[in-house]
Design a protein. Sequence first.
Length: 285
Amino acid sequence: MTPPTQPPPNHDRGLEYDLATLHRRRFLGLFTAAGLAAVAGCSADDSTTTSTPSSSATSATPSTSTSTSTATTDASTDVDEIPQETGGPYPGDGSNGPNVLTQSGIVRSDITKSFGSASGVATGVPLTVELTVVDADQDKALEGAAVYLWHCDAQGRYSLYSDGVTNENYLRGVQAADGSGKVTFTTIFPAAYMGRWPHIHFEVYASTAEATKAGQITRTSQLALPKDVCSTVYATDGYDGSAQNLSQTSLENDNVFGDDDGVHQLATVTGDVSGGYVATLTVGV
């Protein structure tokens, strides 16, 4: 597996990183203005394609913020802000080359297939990603907020950018949060490539309308996957090189998660290889 080139530790931080708190407060105003019209703009057709894999096997250590498949977001739940992170060099949001967000078809829950004129399919161990978006100041679910999620395939390649998949747009999609603040994506388990801990990228927007015009980003962050699950997945066919790459890094030394060992970004993962996995994380913004 030829891993993509990764940015230096502070890539893409700068002013956006320093103004993360201001962006969060502006988000509440944008969210109110977006209203229920944003929810109506979300494609409901794809929700039926999301299956719930078996949850009988491996369970990882959860984030200190609530990270279960039935995460609560009432006043009794103290949710911390998720750290602001780099979007990396392969965001596909127009900030570094291609912009998939403005393309028809990007709003979907099943992101395993390319859309539009592309026809590629990403194969690997099934993974369902469930994020619950919460206003960290008020510990309140943010219904109608939108999440753009993307990650590499089982060979460590990013669609739109990596050799062999520049004409594909799989493993990228947008979903609007439901009444409990939850978004759900059907995908595959990503590879581990050289220099990075296994992870999934995402951006939070005030609404689907804001996301699909590649508008103002409320928060950019990354989800970390637990080591025991990664080791199990990378022992299966199709993940050549991932086990070796995993052995050469750690959460503590990762240039993104190393600041706090991923304490607010480490997902809870349940399931098994045959039935697929479910990764859950609460995202405070």
